[in-house]
Design a binder for this molecule. Sequence first.
Ligand SMILES: [Mg+2]
Length: 371
Amino acid sequence: MKSTCIASLTLYAQWQPFRDGTYRCSGGRSAEGFDSTIVAIASADGTVGYGEMAPLGSFYDPAFAEGARAAMRELAPRLVGEDAAGIDALNRRMDLLLKGHPYAKSAIDMALWDLAGKSTGRSVAQLTGGADGESVALYRSLAQEAPDQMAARARKYIGEGYRRLQVKIGLDVDEDIARLEAVRAAVPSGTVLFCDANASWGTAETRRFLLATRQLDYTLEQPCASYDENLAIRRATDRPLVLDETIDGVDVLLRAMSDGLVDGITIKLARVGGISRARLIRDIAAARNLKITIEDTGGAQIDTAAYTALMLSTPQGLRQHTVDFHNWVTVSNARGDFGIADGAMSAPGGPGLGVEVDPDMLGDAIFTTSC
Ligand SMILES: [Mg+2]
């Protein structure tokens, strides 16, 4: 057996409670933490790569934790014995074996990149194009609360060093206008604000919000669910527009670029199927100078290290921001120095994802298969 052959694949589950309590977004959707799944892939020479996938509840994307685990159990026995170094070939094999379910494939793909880095002594940022600079800007989400509560929380996050805030909107338009006005008034003028409706408005609500907030400085994120609704908004406003939930693969990005729909995109690793697909989408978007955010739907240190690495290898001038998910939760799954300062985060050094996973942090395996 070649030294890079997959000798075993093991799954762990980790419940990651939120440090700041219940997370709420539009429509009354909420979560108390991330239900994370961690994959360990060992090669024949004993090197182990780790990947992680955690959905935001079962409501955010077409993904849920038990679905991810079931799909990984389906795939895992048919991946052992394959060459871990052939990441593209393994992604094609996963697509052949299981149609769809990119969120389940994401953690496996991530573990293969970690393994490739450890095997070659290179970081994932180096392997995906080379780090541009040392750190990436962070944003912090302001979950939906009363306007004065959101303003107070905004001041708290500014005090903690964040310079970019994402205001969760998408409920009653008048209340959302008040939310944005309260937050804008509470933070320094240079604070970058994104208003994220998480796909919950129609065009009527979005147009009312845009009209009422015309004098305020912010970027609008994913106001509506469908592609055509967002396109109608694009054609009605000169406000910078970023899409997140819509960006689930290459096809929709090509269409959006052709229609001049987006000024920026948010790529979530789990939504698109992992680092490999995210990198492809990133590179196509970069070719058209779109602004780029790379992050995920949840997770702790392993996941944070993965999307931070891909953000670092994205040209600095095209980066929007990312998120420090490992600081959202009260448990950890690896050790790594993320070096957060002045609202920016650096990736841990070292090969692969650069984090050191302590298997004791993960508890007992929920599944393992080997050849
Ligand atoms: Mg978003």
